[in-house]
Design a protein around this ligand. Sequence first.
Ligand SMILES: Cc1cc2nc3c(=O)[nH]c(=O)nc-3n(C[C@H](O)[C@H](O)[C@H](O)COP(=O)(O)OP(=O)(O)OC[C@H]3O[C@@H](n4cnc5c(N)ncnc54)[C@H](O)[C@@H]3O)c2cc1C
Length: 326
Amino acid sequence: MGKAEEVLVVGAGPAGLVASIVLAREGFLVTVMEKEAQVGGNPDWHPSAHATPLKGPETWEYIGIDCSPCFRDVSEKCDVFMNQNKLNLSRVPQGLWVCERGSRESSLDSYLFRIALAAGVRFQFGRAFLAEDLQQAPAKTVLATGLTPGMYSFLDKPSSRYAGYHAFSDHPRDDARASIYFGGLGKEYGYTSALNGIWYVLLFSRGELPAENLDYFRGMMEKFEGKHVAGWRQFFGATPKLGPELICRDRFILSGTLAGFIETNLGFGITGALISGKIAALAVTDPKQAQAEFEGFTAGIKQRIAEKKKGQAGIAFQMGKIWFKI
Ligand SMILES: Cc1cc2nc3c(=O)[nH]c(=O)nc-3n(C[C@H](O)[C@H](O)[C@H](O)COP(=O)(O)OP(=O)(O)OC[C@H]3O[C@@H](n4cnc5c(N)ncnc54)[C@H](O)[C@@H]3O)c2cc1C
């Protein structure tokens, strides 16, 4: 038997972990390079509870990994508010699920990490992939660095700012839920999610918000969620300006949010990361087929970006209409 082919994956988020698991199961010798000291991404952002539009069983089947222990379907426990009025929706279109992110044992990241270790994936923690590594990196290196801005400039890839304020609180362990808030704050909107004893709120804002806007949203959290937000933490990230593009770029394979696989209304990126991890693994052996699958999944995102440019985007909470098919 010949020596197993080696593949480097950069980034131990859901996209990089799914790609590494699929490749290791196919017999590749996989190393994941991760800039943080452990799995779980940026410790300023997590541990947190995230909501995401998802078709659970179909997604597990497509990626070949059963992620059900990490996710809860909250489609019927999700309220949508417009200008402080609760909309009368019987359920969220297309389904909304919650999962935990970060380095705790109960997170999606740790769950996929355990599966990756069992599949034989090797990890190099505390090592950031830098601009100078682009020249030496082996062909077919999978880049899955998510919203972290660095890689966009290394690749000369135009990006948009993904930013806002978030806050965290305790929550009853057995309760899982999510809510979405539109209106009353100009272009800003936000959502809350709760799982595994964590309550999380995110308010999007590309620029700095005046204190009165943050106080207004804090008041809404007290009124509708019964939560006191003691302080807001500002965060910044980056997403591809041009949306989903070619996943094979020079000698590299792009995956997850870096590949533009992120929903354009509320920046939901977990489902896209899982699916594109599988597609990135396919791109190692069959780039043409991988690109075709990528296009199929992301057609709705492209359409939405085009509509937004023409000012025809419609109301933002109709996310079911623009999400991809699975
Ligand atoms: C504050 C915040 C809240 C969010 N809330 C939600 C939500 O509720 N629902 C939802 O669906 N999506 C949400 N998203 C988006 C979602 O987190 C991302 O779309 C998703 O994590 C993308 O997965 P990924 O695997 O592509 O990248 P990530 O999960 O971002 O993982 C990338 C990994 O690469 C590592 N890395 C970065 N640069 C380097 C480098 N140079 N070298 C080595 N390693 C590197 C990072 O440390 C990280 O571990 C949120 C994002 C943020 C920032």
